[in-house]
Design a binder for this molecule. Structure first.
Ligand SMILES: O=C(O)CCC(=O)C(=O)O
Ligand SMILES: [Fe+2]
Length: 361
């Protein structure tokens, strides 16, 4: 059931003067070269943490992923998304939170604008495989067996190759975060040994009528509910925007060949907000004539179900109070599921926070 207070808060503030989303400046997203971790680990780690402490987003070059693999991943995914809707629906996720298979507009409160479709996969093809590889027995409560499309035929192999490449970036980034934050080498490793991370491709187009109200946003404002997200976005109209605290919305201009990394809620909690989970959204092209499908590929890096996530005591300054209660990875996923089941809507939640805090506008 949707919370009445939430609805009222949004309705009452409908008259808030919001800046034109099409007239916002470009964000200054720092670029770091991950390959320099081998030669200058302190410099790289500091640059990474500084970017994530201020902008909350960073462009990562020197990541070692072949341009050819990125190109093949995007091409095969686009081929799938261009299949007729009836065919794609055969591979539909049994639940839109749990990120398995195809998800399309019109399903899942708050998670789909009228224009976003996605395909999602976890690391293992079967729950049994995950358990055989050390995952806890209840992993089946949050993941289903992979739902691969029948065509294109190379789709599963290319997705697996891409998943492994991005997972590798995630572990290198973690080491850099440890160093930049002043944690011991390997501090994060025990918390991500059996990570339920997911890979998605988002496809934004106007070829499905979801029945939702039209919106300038292809994906409404939200923060990511993971440790961090590693995103590749294609070029073209209809852009990603981030919310710079105290300054407003900014375009995240694609930098070809780099991944955008943004801090999620769990890293913000671990660091007591020293690293920032920056709100972001995706804007549709203003001119429908410029409309063309847009694709992005987020890898949502998540902690083990057994991991405990709360402000890390050694990161708190003298006298600094922890701002967050502690969750297990499992409890965090359950909370997200409950939010979905109760009709929680990220855009409404953001509208409420925006109404209460003018610096968010
Ligand atoms: O499509 C994009 O560029 C961003 C997508 C996003 O924020 C997400 O999937 O969480
Ligand atoms: Fe996101």
């Amino acid at each position: 059931m949707v919370n009445k207070m939430t609805n009222n808060a949004v309705t009452n503030n409908a008259a808030i003067d919001r800046p034109d989303p099409y007239a916002v400046p470009d964000a200054e997203v720092p670029i770091v070269d991950l390959s320099t971790f081998d030669t200058d680990p302190d410099g790289l780690s500091k640059a990474l943490c500084d970017a994530c402490a201020t902008v909350g987003f960073v462009s990562v070059a020197g990541h070692g992923v072949d341009a050819d693999l990125i190109q093949r991943f995007f091409a095969i995914s686009e081929e799938f998304f261009r299949l007729p809707l009836e065919e794609k629906l055969k591979f539909r996720s049994p639940n839109d939170l749990l990120f398995q298979g195809y998800a399309c507009p019109g399903t899942g409160p708050g998670f789909h604008t009228s224009e976003r479709q996605s395909f999602n996969v976890f690391k293992f093809d079967t729950v049994a495989d995950a358990i055989a590889n050390g995952y806890p027995a209840d992993v089946g409560a949050v993941f289903y067996d992979a739902i691969w499309p029948e065509r294109p035929a190379e789709f599963p192999a290319i997705w697996r190759e891409y998943y492994a490449a991005i997972e590798h970036i995630a572990s290198r980034l973690l080491r850099a975060f440890e160093r930049g934050l002043g944690l011991a080498d390997g501090w994060f490793a025990p918390h991500v040994k059996f990570s339920p991370s997911t890979l998605a491709a988002n496809y934004y187009s106007n070829d499905i009528d979801s029945g939702h109200e039209p919106s300038p946003f292809r994906f409404p404002a939200h923060t990511d509910e993971d440790i961090f997200t590693i995103l590749y976005q294609d070029e073209g109209p209809g852009s990603l925007q981030l919310h710079q605290r105290g300054e407003g919305w900014r375009n995240v201009v694609p930098v070809p060949g780099t991944f955008v990394v943004n801090i999620g809620e769990l890293m913000a909690r671990w660091t007591n907000d020293k690293l920032r989970a920056t709100p972001h959204r995706v804007l549709a092209p203003k001119n429908p004539a410029e409309e063309r499908p847009r694709m992005s590929a987020p890898f949502f890096f998540k902690p083990d179900l057994d991991a405990v996530i709360g402000p890390i005591p050694e990161l708190l300054d003298a006298g600094e109070e922890p701002r967050y209660e502690t969750y297990t990875g499992r409890g965090w996923l359950r909370r997200a599921q409950e939010n979905i089941d109760s009709g929680y809507d990220t855009s409404k939640q953001f509208a409420e926070r925006e109404a209460a805090d003018p610096t968010l506008r």
